[in-house]
Design a protein around this ligand. Structure first.
Ligand code: ATP
Length: 322
């Protein structure tokens, strides 16, 4: 990666975007319970930030990093785990293991450097926008830089695949086609910028529950992403709006019938297309421009706990100045 400083750093912040699935088709369920899928993902401009700080006088010396203590804080509220199960922490531990840094029994020893990780959340939680996956990707990118581990994006993606289906995509961001269980990603040609109305609910919807509902009420689909890929190739927002597709929408609306009305309300307000994002309950509407999105947002604001106007594609994890 070329975003490394030439001298040691003691603090780094990484801003990471959320995503929408412009296309999501569920194929077969594998014997291990995972679903094969074909999806086109694009990052959108609602961001979390992961800040990592190395807190030790000896930390700059590589030998001092054979062991590392990790402390984690977050400001995402009660829905976001504050312990080792947080995906940002799991990502940190995964990177430590990959580069041979242990936590060991030397806890509390003054020479063991401490890395403090802080997560600032703006991406809605359990909302179908890959918030946790984005945080895992941001933690990998931040700590790879802070610890001067020097893994390239492909090596980070390989680690990411063990953390969750969307994490490899979140490492690179942009626009990608993902297959398999979602971890095999390839960037696709995408022209143009798109403006979205993002309707957010405070009531989370579990991805696992939506997949279970899909097994009950959904069916295997053969639809291909050609129309979405063609719209992206030509930068045609109207064609993209018409081509948006999400096989999980049936299951999400089965669990939350009001989502179908939310989607209809976005279309009635003038959206070029609308759908449940991923496993929901976020509902997104595609607009002609940011101004158009703002006018749609004003019309549908009452239906949601929070409405945002967001732009896509929104790049990938990015090292930012504090
Ligand atoms: P996806 O779109 O990838 O299916 P999502 O946006 O629906 O994911 P997340 O916001 O990633 O869902 O949260 C899913 C669950 O993961 C939450 O209920 C939460 O308990 C857990 N979780 C772990 N780490 C995080 C994190 N850093 N941010 C949010 N949730 C996290």
């Amino acid at each position: 990666m070329n975003d490394r400083a030439s001298t040691s750093v003691s603090c780094v912040s990484v801003r990471v975007p959320s995503k929408v699935n412009l296309f999501l088709a569920i194929r077969d369920r594998r014997p291990d319970g995972y679903h094969e899928l074909v999806t086109v993902l694009q990052t959108v401009s609602i961001y979390d930030t992961v800040k990592a700080r190395l807190d030790s006088p000896n930390a700059a010396h590589p030998a001092a990093r054979r062991f590392m203590e990790l402390a984690f804080t977050q400001d995402g509220g009660g829905q976001v785990p504050a312990d080792d199960t947080n995906l940002a922490v799991r990502a940190a531990r995964c990177l430590m293991e990959a580069i041979g840094v242990g936590t060991s029994d030397r806890d509390g020893h003054p020479d063991v450097p401490m890395t403090r990780l802080h997560l600032s959340k703006a991406i809605p939680v359990a909302a179908g926008m890959a918030g946790g996956s984005a945080d895992a990707a941001a933690a990998l990118v931040a700590l790879n830089h802070l610890w001067e581990a020097d893994l390239d994006r492909d090596e980070l993606r390989a680690l990411a695949a063990d953390l969750g289906a969307d994490v490899p995509f979140c490492i690179g961001g942009g626009t990608a086609l993902a297959t398999g269980i979602g971890t095999a990603t390839a960037q696709v040609l995408a022209r143009g910028a798109y403006a979205w109305v993002v309707g957010i609910s405070d009531r989370p919807l579990s991805t696992a529950e939506v997949y279970r509902a899909h097994d009950e009420v959904g069916r295997r689909s053969d639809i291909e992403p050609d129309a979405v890929l063609q719209a992206l190739r030509t930068g045609d927002a109207e064609a993209l709006g018409a081509a948006l597709h999400n096989d999980l929408e049936v299951a999400a609306c089965h669990l939350r019938p009001e989502l179908a009305d939310d989607r209809a309300a976005l279309l009635d307000a003038g959206a070029l297309g609308a759908m449940v994002s991923g496993s929901g309950p976020t509902v997104v509407g595609l607009a002609e421009s940011a101004e158009h999105a703002a006018s749609i947002a004003a019309l549908v604001a009452d239906r949601f706990d929070r409405v945002e106007v967001a732009l896509s594609p929104a790049g990938g994890p990015e090292i930012v100045r504090d």
